[in-house]
Each structure stands twice: as structure tokens, then as C-alpha cells.
Design a protein around this ligand. Structure first.
Ligand code: FAD
Length: 504
């Protein structure tokens, strides 16, 4: 795929040419830079904005406060073993078209694999394969759904009726999904075994804290509109090894990428942002500034400007209206394999997803991790408020017992090491009415732009939302510089029947 296509452009000959105005010479020192953009934050939103602008001959500077790129989608070095461990397993889906376009643009798409079969484990421990049939969308997953052994036929019919109604009619404005489920007479077992299995993982929230519109989006984009939407895209390497090298890609295009470079404030003159002031007292002048930090950090950075622009859309105080949900990942190293499955989705358990991370040589000589082979698994628990009340040991034991109830070999296996990582502010909660609070990437200060999964993208807090926000912020910068471009990748095309039946 060429890079324009990767950024969502249709390569049809009649279209306006949106490629860089000047040809890009191979040597970065001799590049022509049209304009300068400073991006605060080196998470996926900042990287996507930076990549899109660097690709269009902007002189890009990315300032990241941490020593590494990737933000919440990154890794850390385990102090016991020295291994690189993800803060949490991240997955994308086939419907994440902007994320996939970003990976193609910066050449990291080969670092992911696509799973075309999912393994659901019912409360009784029995495995149900989830695979598309040859039927066209939206019916491609119907046979797999009707084969799910942990739902009775009447439960399946109730869930299917509910799904049809959700997709056709949506909900009331500002309605919670819990309210919608109640109105549509969905019984507790159907909620636990069908709706929650999909939505808690996808949106990292409980049903009462989900806007019905986002629940609908998950089912439409992921499962009904297009045959490819549901496929799960899994990184083959630790996230750090995937997103870290994006720095080289950016630098080859003349960008400056600085880590351990926290920004303290943005300086404003009149209605313009003129410079960023770093925590080390350095000041960097800027033509355009993209603030790509989490919402609870953004307000402090932009407030000086917003106060000068009373009446602006993104009124001070937006960060108080957003709430966060925690995600925990439990990392377990056993002395033997506990399952052959590459991943598993648990139904009716606290543990939600298991990912097999492979066999490792354990180099540590501590008692808790003796040298030898170890088999590493990561278990993800979204909306993990229950885990926050437990000590690490208790939480690890709970997960170990749940695994043992599915795979009895866990009782014989030696747990060499266990570790739990909880991100308290993992994602923003997609609360009812949340889209009224999320600001757009374009602000009332012409050269100040916002990015981040929390800005208005129509997506929940995901890598897709983050990348899309970065592309939208880059569009805002380009428009201001008089070179408007459409950087957003189109969604997967809805199948004809999906359009006809559900208006997808
Ligand atoms: C545990 C967990 C599991 C998740 N699982 C998934 C998943 O499976 N699939 C999925 O799609 N999404 C998942 N997500 C969500 C996904 O990680 C985020 O939506 C996405 O990475 C957000 O990117 P971002 O760039 O908007 O923000 P961030 O990643 O938060 O990036 C913001 C960056 O700004 C930096 N920064 C902050 N303040 C300053 C400052 N003053 N100066 C300079 N830099 C600053 C931060 O250090 C950070 O690097 C998960 C998130 C977590 C935490």
C-alpha cells in the first residue's frame, strides 16, 4: 500500500494531489520545511500527528516527558528479570482503520498478527471456537454465535433480538447501556454471558457507565458492518519494540523526537500560542502546537490560552467532567505450559482475556524466579475496580484459581512468578452523554490543536481513537497552513446487506 493510501487517500486519478508540495529529498538535512509544529506528548496520538505532518514536509518536534515513546501503549523493564514487559497486552481490530493506516505509514504493520479464530471459554471451562462462516455480513458470525455452548437457545434468541433492536434503533440520547438493557428485558445471565463479555473488554467499563451509542458502535463496527471488522490484531513483540523505532522513521523525515522532555506550560501572546516552556526551563518557539497529552494534563497546559478566549468551545473545566476507568494486567510465569491456546476469552470470570506470551529463559536466581524455562501468560481485567480493593497476592491467587478451574494442569504447575500492573487512569469512561464533553482537535486559538484518545473522534479510548485524533489534529494544522488535506482513513465499507438491514 502506498503512503497516501495508508493515510486514507483514495488513489483514484481524478483526486487532488495531497502529497507534499515539494519533493522530499532523501537526505533529511536538505529537506524543505514548510512550517514548524511542536507536539507535546509521544503517545500514539502525538506520534500519529507527528508522522502525518513530517510526511508533509513539516518541521516536527515531539516532546515526551517520559524516557520512552508510546504513552499508555508501552512497556517497562521488569526489575527482577530485566525483561521488557508490556504495561498491558494491547489489541486492535480489523475495524481500526486509522490505527492500521498509521502502522502501514510508519512501516510497523509486520509486527502484528491477525487472529481469525477466537477461543471463548464458558463458565464450565468448555471451549467454543468463534470463527466467521462463508455467509455475507452481517450474518458471517451467526453460526459461531449459535454454537456458543454457554448460552441456551432462548438466551441466544433474547440476545439476538436485543442486538437487532440496538443496531436498528439505537437508544435514547444520553441513555446508559444498563438502562437500555433493562428497557429491552435482557436477563442477568444474557447480560453476563453476552453483552458484558464483549463490552467490558472493548470499552473497559461497566454497563451503567457506558453510553448506549458506544455500545452500538462496538457491535456495528466490530461484528456487523464488514466481515473483517471483528478480527483481532495482536502485537508480536513488546509494545516498546514496536513503537520505539517510530522515532527513527520520524527522524529520517527531519523530525526531532525528544524523550525525558516534559512541558511545563504553553506561552501565549494575544490569541496565539507562541512557545512551549519545558520543565528544564528551556523555551521552544512554535508556529503550531499540538497538545497530545491525557485530558487531566491537558487543561493545565492550555488553560492560559483558554482564559484569554472566553466563549471558546473547550471551556476550562472539561477535565473535571471526564472520569477514568482502571485496567489491570496479571503477568504469570509458570514452569510449564498451561494451555496450547494463543489466547482465550473467559465468560463469567473476573479474568477476561488470556494471552500466551511464549516461553522464556528465566535468568533470575531469586527464590521467586529460579533459573530455567518459564511460560509467560498475561491476563487482562478491564474495569478492574474490584481488583483495586485486593492485595496483589490475593488478586494473583484469584486469577490462578480461575485458570485452574479451566486447565487443571495449573494446580500441578509451579507459579514461578506473578505480577499485577494496574493503570488507574487507563481509559476515559464512555459515560452517557460523554461526547458533549469531548473537545474537538481544533480549538478557538488558531495555532493550538488538541489530540489524544479523549478528544472528539467518535471512538472510545483505544489506539484507533488516539491515532484518529492525531490525524485530525494534523488536519487542523494543515488547514491553518493553507494546505487542507483529508488524512482520515475511511471505515471498512459496510456490506450491502448490513446497510439494507441496519443502515450501517
Ligand atoms: C492497561 C491498558 C490497556 C489498554 N488496552 C488497550 C487495547 O487492548 N486496545 C486499544 O486499542 N487500546 C487499549 N488501551 C488504550 C490505549 O492505550 C490508549 O487509548 C492510547 O494509547 C492513548 O494514546 P494517547 O496518545 O491518546 O495518550 P497517552 O498514551 O497517554 O500519551 C500521552 C503522552 O503524553 C505524555 N505527557 C503527558 N504530559 C506531558 C507533558 N507535560 N509534557 C510532555 N509529555 C507529556 C505522556 O507521558 C504520554 O506518553 C489500553 C490502555 C491501558 C492503560
Amino acid at each position: 500500500m502506498d503512503r497516501r493510501a495508508a493515510l486514507g487517500h483514495d488513489s483514484s486519478p481524478g483526486e487532488p494531489d495531497l502529497s507534499p508540495v515539494f519533493p522530499v529529498p532523501p537526505n533529511p538535512d536538505t529537506r524543505y520545511h514548510l512550517s514548524q509544529a511542536t507536539i507535546i506528548g509521544g503517545g500514539l496520538a502525538g506520534l500519529a500527528a507527528g508522522a502525518a505532518l513530517a510526511e508533509r514536509s513539516f518541521d516536527v518536534t515531539i516532546l515526551e516527558s517520559r524516557p520512552r515513546l508510546g504513552g499508555r501503549a508501552s512497556s517497562f523493564i521488569d526489575p527482577v528479570t530485566g525483561e521488557t514487559i508490556d504495561n498491558c497486552q494491547h489489541v486492535a481490530m480489523g475495524c481500526c482503520t486509522n490505527f492500521n493506516a498509521f502502522c502501514q505509514l510508519v512501516g510497523i504493520e509486520g509486527q502484528f498478527r491477525t487472529e481469525s479464530e477466537l477461543h471463548f471459554i464458558g463458565p464450565d471451562g468448555k471451549r467454543c471456537a468463534w470463527k466467521a462462516s462463508s455467509l455475507p455480513a452481517p450474518f458471517h458470525l451467526m453460526p459461531a454465535f449459535f454454537r456458543l455452548g454457554y448460552l441456551t437457545l432462548p438466551q441466544k434468541v433474547t440476545a439476538a433480538r436485543g442486538l437487532r433492536s440496538l443496531v436498528r434503533h439505537g437508544g435514547r440520547p444520553g441513555e446508559s447501556f444498563a438502562g437500555w438493557l433493562k428497557r429491552h428485558h435482557q436477563p442477568p445471565e444474557v447480560i453476563e454471558r453476552f453483552w458484558e463479555v464483549v463490552l467490558v473488554s472493548a470499552l473497559s467499563e461497566s454497563m451503567d457507565r457506558i453510553d448506549v451509542g458506544y455500545a452500538r458502535k462496538v457491535f456495528v463496527d466490530g461484528f456487523l458492518a464488514n466481515r473483517e471488522g471483528w478480527k483481532v490484531i495482536i502485537p508480536n513483540q513488546p509494545l516498546d519494540e514496536i513503537y520505539g523505532p517510530v522515532k527513527n522513521w520520524l527522524e529520517k523525515r527531519g523530525a526531532t523526537v525528544r524523550t525525558s522532555a516534559g512541558v511545563d506550560r504553553i506561552e501565549f501572546e494575544g490569541d496565539r500560542a507562541v512557545a512551549v516552556h519545558l520543565r528544564n526551563d528551556e523555551t521552544i518557539e512554535a508556529d503550531d502546537i499540538v497538545v497530545a497529552v491525557p485530558w487531566d494534563r491537558a487543561e493545565a497546559l492550555v488553560q492560559g490560552g483558554l482564559l484569554r478566549n472566553p466563549g471558546s468551545l473547550e471551556k476550562p473545566g472539561f477535565c473535571n467532567l471526564m472520569e477514568a476507568a482502571p485496567i489491570s494486567s496479571v503477568h504469570l510465569w509458570f514452569d510449564r505450559p498451561i494451555t496450547d491456546l494463543p489466547h482465550a476469552v473467559f465468560v463469567g470470570k473476573s479474568s477476561q482475556w488470556l494471552f500466551q506470551r511464549g516461553e522464556e529463559a528465566s535468568t533470575s536466581e531469586t527464590e521467586s524466579a529460579p533459573p530455567g524455562r518459564s511460560f509467560y501468560y498475561q491476563i487482562v481485567v478491564s474495569a478492574s475496580r474490584g481488583f483495586l480493593q485486593m492485595e496483589s497476592r490475593q488478586a494473583i491467587e484469584l486469577v490462578r484459581r480461575e485458570l485452574a478451574s479451566v486447565w487443571p494442569i495449573v494446580n500441578e504447575a509451579r507459579l514461578l512468578r506473578g505480577r499485577i500492573v494496574t493503570e488507574h487512569k487507563a481509559v476515559f469512561s464512555p459515560l452517557p452523554g460523554i461526547d458533549d464533553v469531548r473537545p474537538t482537535q481544533r480549538t478557538s486559538i488558531p495555532n493550538l490543536h488538541l489530540a489524544g484518545d479523549w478528544t472528539r473522534t467518535g471512538w472510545p479510548a483505544t489506539m484507533e481513537g488516539a491515532v484518529k485524533s492525531g490525524f485530525l489534529a494534523a488536519e487542523s494544522v494543515l488547514e491553518r497552513s493553507g494546505r487542507p488535506a483529508n488524512l482520515i482513513a475511511p471505515p471498512l465499507p459496510p456490506a450491502r446487506l448490513s446497510k439494507l438491514l441496519f443502515g450501517c
